[in-house]
Design a protein around this ligand. Structure first.
Ligand SMILES: O=C(O)CCC(=O)C(=O)O
Ligand SMILES: [Fe+2]
Length: 462
């Protein structure tokens, strides 16, 4: 069993990264807190070897067969991988579970270090007590107030509704959806409520404001990653990881949600026997046999479970696959995806991988398209921004930091910590912009990235 685990572990890395760009290193959510670099280096060698085999054989061998071929050439690595799987198994049993934080009793530093930087999920209370949404969108009896929800923005906007029976997504007028609320079972998803004028009642909570992605997009004025979800009991979102390795936060305005969250180091367990597609749900007894054959390691995945109550915020770290189920008759949540210096490298890795896959698809005459596994990592309706927009975001942030430099007076303590944070941000921009400028696949972004790098260097040297 352990051997099977190891094989599938490796094969999933091989398949998912066969674009050959993203290294397992600082640019992958699997490598943050709790991981052992030595183990990862070992894995990296094996992964790269399997990778070249996968590419060379153009899919004519199953990943497990490729691995056997590989082990014939490097028998000592088989042992090393056995050790790796033992380490993985023991790490899993020590998993600390979802953090509970309170914005009243814990500090920003607690949140920053224990959740954001550690890339670990957290449920946070007392963060949105001042939101008008709890009064304007909800009646005194705790029920949803559809009229209140559209009082400021009107009901004419087109929104995406996913049928809970067929899973088909279609466009409906917000007013029509709300009129029928209670008598139908669709799940309203990804409503850009801020673009449609309903943002004031649910502003970004203070702990989530270090958000480079939405800051830039709001500046450009085209789109954003702020959404409302509204669904009845049992409506769900299937297994996925959020777009571009972004973080996500989500606040329940009414109702409860059940979240299952899988640490990135277990992602390999979700892949099918060919290492191509990821499962659409965690293992449950009733859907058993077919899935168990198709996704042989799915039952080994041990997600963290948490029930999120109304008024609570959840932090979903980068690269964690998750499912969400609405537990009450009316569940309304406000959600957001975001990037900052802590997950920027992982987003670049994703952009590079996507660019490489596109090149491959073109080389293959457009017949292959994007790998299925990749496609599943997008939440439908939350497409990724382009590489160019990403580079422009870096330049925008670098300029913003440059503008802030003049404001900082060195003699007070908070100014010193602000300067330290600015340096951290600027040095991350330098690294990521440099990565773009070095990447042949992202040649259309080189000029912008070089500008961003230059400005960020000026910030560091000030
Ligand atoms: O609430 C949901 O149904 C899905 C939310 C989600 O996947 C997210 O915020 O990342
Ligand atoms: Fe998500």
């Amino acid at each position: 069993m352990r051997r099977l685990l190891v094989i599938l572990f490796v094969m999933s890395f091989g398949e998912r990264e066969k674009a050959g760009v993203a290294k397992v290193g600082a640019d992958d959510p699997r490598t943050c807190a709790g991981q052992k670099p030595r183990t990862l280096n070992m894995l990296l060698h094996v992964k790269d070897a399997v990778l070249s085999n996968v590419i060379a054989s153009s899919g004519s061998m199953r990943p497990a067969e490729l691995l056997e071929t590989y082990f014939l050439a490097y028998p000592e690595r088989r042992r090393a991988l056995h050790e790796l799987s033992r380490h993985e198994a023991s790490g899993r049993s020590k998993n600390p579970g979802v953090l509970r934080l309170s914005a009243e009793h814990d500090s920003y530093e607690d949140w920053f270090e224990r959740a954001l930087q550690a890339n670990h999920p957290a449920v946070i209370s007392d963060l949105v007590s001042d939101w008008k949404a709890f009064k304007e969108w909800i009646k005194e009896d705790g029920k949803l107030d559809p009229k209140g929800l559209i009082a400021r923005c009107g009901g004419q906007h087109l929104v995406d509704v996913v049928s809970t029976s067929t899973g088909v997504r279609s466009k409906t007028q917000l007013g029509v959806f709300l009129e029928e609320w209670g008598s139908q079972s669709g799940y309203l998803k990804d409503w850009h409520y801020r673009l449609d004028g309903a943002g004031e009642a649910a502003p970004t909570p203070k702990w989530f404001r270090d958000d480079w992605l939405n800051e830039y997009l709001v500046h450009v004025g085209v789109t954003d990653y702020h959404f409302i979800y509204l669904g009845p009991k049992s409506s769900r979102t299937l297994l996925h990881a959020d777009v571009l390795n972004t973080y996500s936060w989500s606040v329940n305005v009414c109702g409860r949600k059940r979240w299952l969250l899988l640490p990135p180091e277990q992602t390999h367990l979700l892949y099918d026997e060919w290492g191509e597609e990821t499962a659409r749900d965690f293992f449950t007894r009733h859907e058993a046999r077919h899935d168990a054959r198709r996704f042989p390691n799915l039952r080994l995945a041990k997600p963290l479970e948490v029930i999120q109550l109304p008024g609570e915020a959840i932090f979903v770290p980068a690269g964690w696959f998750h499912t969400v189920e609405n537990l009450d008759d009316e569940v309304l949540s406000v959600n957001c995806n975001w990037l900052n210096a802590c997950n920027l490298r992982w987003a670049l890795a994703r952009i590079q991988r996507d660019a490489a896959m596109e090149v491959r698809a073109t080389a293959a005459g457009g017949s292959k398209g994007k790998g299925k596994g990749e496609g599943q990592q997008l939440v439908q309706g939350r497409g990724a921004i382009s590489a160019i927009s990403f580079a422009k975001m870096l330049k925008f942030k670098a300029k913003q930091l440059q503008g802030l430099c003049g404001d900082i007076r060195e003699h007070d303590v908070s100014a010193i910590s602000r300067r330290a944070k600015m340096k951290l941000d600027a040095s991350t921009i330098i690294e990521v912009a440099h990565g773009i400028a070095q990447s042949e696949l992202l040649s259309e972004c080189h000029d912008i990235a070089s500008r961003a790098e230059k400005i960020a260097r000026a910030v560091i040297n000030k």
